[in-house]
Design a protein around this ligand. Structure first.
Ligand SMILES: NC(=O)c1ccc[n+]([C@@H]2O[C@H](COP(=O)([O-])OP(=O)(O)OC[C@H]3O[C@@H](n4cnc5c(N)ncnc54)[C@H](OP(=O)(O)O)[C@@H]3O)[C@@H](O)[C@H]2O)c1
Length: 95
């Protein structure tokens, strides 16, 4: 599938399970991605897996701990230069 040049989908909590699979699903639909979580090694693994199938996509990694409120602002501010089409706030945990 051809990517929509310039537009990005942000997925928080992309290092495992729902976020990880959601990232692959968006990539399958030709979306450039910004993937975030604390575990950078897992984000790198996801990036390589996606690029193996979709080498034309741009996959941007942002490793951050979103339990620190300041980091949420820094993430958002740091992405201002990207044209964000969709933002999936998936990071979290269950009790
Ligand atoms: N699975 C379910 O049945 C279910 C049901 C209802 C709601 N949910 C919600 O759906 C979301 C995903 O669920 P899941 O089952 O895929 O959970 P998961 O496997 O535990 O994944 C959670 C994701 O959030 C990230 N994350 C957690 N704490 C973070 C932090 N402080 N800063 C940045 N990233 C953080 C984790 O990455 P790092 O650890 O690498 O930071 C991971 O990528 C969660 O919000 C969960 O509460 C899930």
């Amino acid at each position: 599938m051809v990517q929509e040049t310039g537009k990005y989908t942000v997925i928080t909590g992309a290092s495992s399970d729902i976020g990880y699979e959601a990232a692959k699903a968006f990539a399958q639909r030709g979306k450039n991605l910004v993937i975030t979580a604390r575990r950078k090694d897992r984000l790198e693994m996801l990036k390589q897996e996606i690029l193996g199938k979709h080498p034309d996509l741009d996959i941007v990694i942002r490793s951050t701990d979103l339990s620190v409120p300041e980091n949420a602002y820094l993430l958002y501010e740091g992405l201002k230069s990207y044209e964000i089409e969709t933002w999936v706030n998936n990071a979290g945990f269950g009790n």
